[in-house]
Design a protein around this ligand. Sequence first.
Ligand SMILES: CC(C)(COP(=O)(O)OP(=O)(O)OC[C@H]1O[C@@H](n2cnc3c(N)ncnc32)[C@H](O)[C@@H]1OP(=O)(O)O)[C@@H](O)C(=O)NCCC(=O)NCCS
Length: 107
Amino acid sequence: MTPTAWPRVILEDDEVVGFVMANWDPENEIPEFRGGIWRLNVADEAKGRGVGRFAVEQVVHEARRRGYSQITVLWDPAEDGPEGFYLKAGFEKTGELFGETVGTLAL
Ligand SMILES: CC(C)(COP(=O)(O)OP(=O)(O)OC[C@H]1O[C@@H](n2cnc3c(N)ncnc32)[C@H](O)[C@@H]1OP(=O)(O)O)[C@@H](O)C(=O)NCCC(=O)NCCS
């Protein structure tokens, strides 16, 4: 496993309803990979109930604790992708990398 990875499952009662993996790597030569969300998945049956928003809040909390002033995420710009979700969470589109949209959230 990558030592900079920060994987967490999200529970609702005893059920796993989501998975988020952040990455904390402040020295990474690619600025977009210094701190932020690598993966976020919410179980189909739990979508639309705030689990994704909760996951972003937890990553933000951890980023602040580590002294970050911003976090990034890359998403697939496809119509049915998560862009609307990340924009609603406060991310701004700040570029493109490897064909994906880069979103940045100032903390
Ligand atoms: C994108 C994803 C993480 C959202 O999780 P979720 O738990 O359904 O989202 P939430 O219920 O917390 O939604 C928060 C807000 O974003 C909105 N939203 C959620 N998904 C959206 C989408 N795809 N487009 C636009 N708005 C969206 C919700 O309506 C909600 O708005 P509100 O605050 O007005 O109520 C989830 O759909 C998912 O796992 N998708 C597949 C994997 C993926 O794309 N992961 C991200 C790539 S790293």
